[in-house]
Design a protein. Structure first.
Length: 140
């Protein structure tokens, strides 16, 4: 398997907390942005998910801070899916500076929600594979 999908984000001034570093909640937004960009790179758009009656959901997230980010800093956020045989999957995300130095890690458990039944679909890996025009970014 190749390198995980990555997206670069520049920290904006309005995202800073009173100490002048990136607010902790914004790390979650950057992770969400990277996940949606990964899906988009695989050819899965949000409107297509909704049209097929499913949507990704976060079930658990763990964020670990390693060094601070300040306004104007750039950060690369990766997105690597780990698939199993059940209703959930894992996502590993690393936040690194362009030079590769670590900033944070985000690990999560996700699922694919059937929007009518309000239940997780039984095999999200196969459903994502069917929806993707390029399953590579998803590790499929």
């Amino acid at each position: 398997m190749g390198d995980p999908f990555r997206v670069r984000v520049t920290v904006r001034g309005y995202e800073l907390d009173t100490q002048g570093h990136l607010n902790q909640a914004v790390y979650l937004q950057y992770g969400e942005h990277a996940r949606w960009e990964c899906l988009r790179a695989a050819g899965i758009r949000q409107d297509r998910l909704l049209a097929t009656g499913v949507g990704p959901v976060a079930l658990e997230l763990t964020l670990r801070f390693l060094s601070e980010l300040r306004g104007g800093d750039q950060v690369d956020v990766s997105c690597a899916f780990r698939w199993g045989d059940r209703k959930t999957f894992h996502i590993d995300q690393d936040y690194t500076r362009p030079d590769g130095s670590p900033v944070a890690t985000l690990t999560g458990v996700g699922g694919l929600l059937d929007l009518s039944a309000r239940r997780l679909v039984p095999n999200p890996r196969e459903r994502f594979r069917d929806l993707a025009t390029d399953p590579g970014p998803l590790g499929l």
